[in-house]
Design a protein around this ligand. Structure first.
Ligand SMILES: NC(=O)c1ccc[n+]([C@@H]2O[C@H](COP(=O)([O-])OP(=O)(O)OC[C@H]3O[C@@H](n4cnc5c(N)ncnc54)[C@H](OP(=O)(O)O)[C@@H]3O)[C@@H](O)[C@H]2O)c1
Length: 278
């Protein structure tokens, strides 16, 4: 049985990222003290300071810094960095969590996580789930969303300024959750981890839509023409790399998109999907 304190201090990793910063803001709104792990001091960490978080600079691959940063915290939101050595950062996190005797961890995973997925990143996410679930005496709750709506929203500027909405996912449909809604679920789990320990939660948006459907909504909201088109992979790769997205992240996305294409092909020619392909 996990002991539950009243309003314990909660550690948030990836606190400047998509879900992390929303988790920090919502926990503070609910009156929880928050220690936010940031990689460096910048305008994003200053924003967290202004909200009332205690920001601490720590590299998630550094076990001494992470253990020190975790001292005095009781529960944690763990957002693993997207990195080829993500397992190493998870091992650091688990070692530190055991050292400070955390009470509970809500870990961000993803719903495609599986042992034999072709993407190295996705296989690693699955391994991280196993590591977190195996820590004795620490309650673990798995937060398991799919592709975030944020990925589509990043293209809104093209639609509003140029009337162009580039699409990478073809006609495949998704009900993507927002960063804030994912955080709402994380915060509810962090508030009562003993109730949810050992479970998996999958936040989604309210409606299944393709990116072409989304372009239709954007067109209606803007009241001006928006032309949706399939973005060639080479063009996406180039734009993503110019914006600083790592080769590892771009490669992981390519494997996932090829997999969606494979699944669609199997559906079209009425083949049963091979095990593990969804
Ligand atoms: N995006 C999606 O659609 C999606 C869907 C399902 C699951 N996920 C999972 O979400 C996780 C995060 O991915 P994301 O794209 O959403 O990224 P994100 O949370 O927006 O950004 C990563 C965060 O981690 C921090 N960070 C990275 N490396 C660090 C290090 N070595 N030490 C300290 N902090 C570090 C970053 O700080 P800096 O910005 O300062 O580097 C940033 O705050 C991934 O594990 C992914 O599997 C994402």
């Amino acid at each position: 049985m996990v002991h539950v304190s009243h309003r314990p201090k909660i550690l948030v990793t990836g606190a400047t990222g998509k879900t992390g910063r929303a988790v920090v803001a919502q926990l503070l709104e609910k009156g929880f003290p928050v220690r936010a792990i940031v990689r460096s001091r910048d305008t994003r960490s200053q924003r967290l300071d202004r909200l009332g978080a205690e920001t601490v600079v720590a590299d998630m691959f550094d076990v001494d810094r992470m253990t020190a940063a975790m001292q005095g915290t009781v529960r944690a939101y763990y957002c693993p960095p997207m990195h080829p050595l993500m397992i190493q950062s998870a091992a650091v996190f688990v070692t530190a969590a055991k050292a400070v005797k955390l009470e509970a961890i809500v870990g961000l995973s993803q719903w495609t996580a599986s042992a034999n997925h072709p993407s190295l990143h996705t296989r690693q996410v699955w391994l991280v789930e196993q590591m977190l679930a195996a820590i004795p005496d620490i309650a673990y709750v798995n937060l398991n969303p799919g592709y975030f709506v944020d990925n589509y929203l990043r293209l809104i500027d093209f639609a509003s300024l140029l009337g162009l909405f580039p699409i990478l996912t073809g006609h495949s449909r998704n009900a993507p959750p927002s960063n804030e809604d994912i955080a709402r679920v994380a915060v509810a789990l962090l508030m009562a981890p003993d109730r949810y320990a050992g479970k998996r939660f999958r936040p989604t948006g309210s409606k299944l839509m393709s990116a072409y459907d989304m372009a239709g909504v954007i067109r209606k909201v803007l009241g001006s023409p928006v032309f949706a088109f399939d973005l060639p992979w080479w063009m996406f790769e180039r734009a993503a790399r110019l914006q600083g997205v790592s080769a590892f992240e771009v490669g992981s996305l390519l494997v996932k998109l090829l997999r969606i294409g494979y699944a669609l092909l199997c559906n079209l020619i009425s083949f049963p999907l091979p095990p593990g392909i969804t």
